[in-house]
Design a protein. Structure first.
Length: 281
């Protein structure tokens, strides 16, 4: 998708427009056909691939606006027995392996013709048929949630531990799970598992990183201080935070609200979060 609607004045935003003025368009672009939130993907190149810049979106059913297929990097998902996915869950944050996100080099490439890039994604089950409770990483939990919107409706319990068994969070999964767009002031005061889409991001004058669900002025954001931003780059092997545009995210943390009523989610450690990178096939 090479053009989007800029919601402030219903004008057309091209990939060149966005890259030249990201602060103007960030979180304010939508699919022309179905109205879904859109995100910008830089042109990039690897040893085998040379892609031009485009927009991505989780299009509504029946939308034909995009010829580009975005796939997830479900590289950390283990093979297993799908029937066991509804077992009670234990996540040990200190045993999580270092995770890599798709890495590429910017090429500043734009174009006028819609691409027909296609890819194939494999369906893989998650879990361990012998384990109870089922041992998972945050990344695996995020994959389940993205693949099955009703995943948390089977009365699983979850225990998240760190530092040799210290309990970070425990209880019924669906009572501790919050979609980022559904955050309200009733969630203030305790840690939750927040998850959803990173539509766009920015770094402020203090070096803090803001991962935004949509309109960065009013809709929820995840805020990481400059220390956590640097740890994020190192621990997830990122060349630049822009590689997270369009990703799914899961984070164990707490929420507060700005004086203007904007929800801001924070956490203390990068091991309390993970991503499901969405990239061009």
């Amino acid at each position: 998708m090479l053009n989007c609607i800029y919601k402030e004045d219903n004008s057309i935003c091209t990939t060149t427009d966005y890259e030249n003025s990201p602060d103007k368009y960030r979180g304010l672009i939508y699919c022309i056909e179905c109205g879904a939130k859109a995100w910008f993907t830089k042109g990039y190149e690897t040893q085998k691939i040379n892609r031009m810049a485009c927009f991505g979106a989780k299009h509504k059913d029946g939308c034909n606006a995009s010829t580009v297929e975005f796939i997830s990097d479900d590289h950390e998902v283990n093979e297993g027995d799908e029937s066991n996915q509804n077992s009670d869950i234990r996540v040990d944050l200190d045993k999580a392996s270092t995770q890599s996100i798709y890495v590429s080099n910017d090429n500043n490439k734009h174009g006028d013709d819609e691409s027909e890039w296609k890819g194939k994604s494999k369906k893989r089950a998650i879990g361990n048929s012998d384990g109870f409770p089922l041992g998972k990483s945050l990344r695996q939990l995020l994959t389940n949630l993205c693949r099955n919107t009703d995943y948390a409706e089977d009365d699983q319990t979850i225990t998240i531990v760190a530092n040799s068994g210290r309990i970070v969070l425990e209880g019924e999964l669906k009572q501790n799970l919050v979609k980022i767009e559904n955050v309200t002031k009733k969630h203030i005061g305790k840690d939750y598992i927040f998850w959803g889409k990173v539509n766009n991001l920015s770094t402020d004058k203090n070096g803090d990183l803001w991962l935004n669900y949509g309109d960065y002025r009013t809709e929820p954001s995840i805020a990481l201080n400059s220390r956590l931003k640097e740890e994020l780059l190192t621990n997830f092997k990122l060349k630049d935070v822009s590689e997270l545009d369009g990703s799914d995210i899961i984070i164990v943390g707490h929420v507060g609200f700005s004086p203007q009523g904007k929800a801001i989610i924070k956490t203390g450690f990068t091991k309390y979060m993970s991503f499901r990178r969405i990239r061009v096939a």
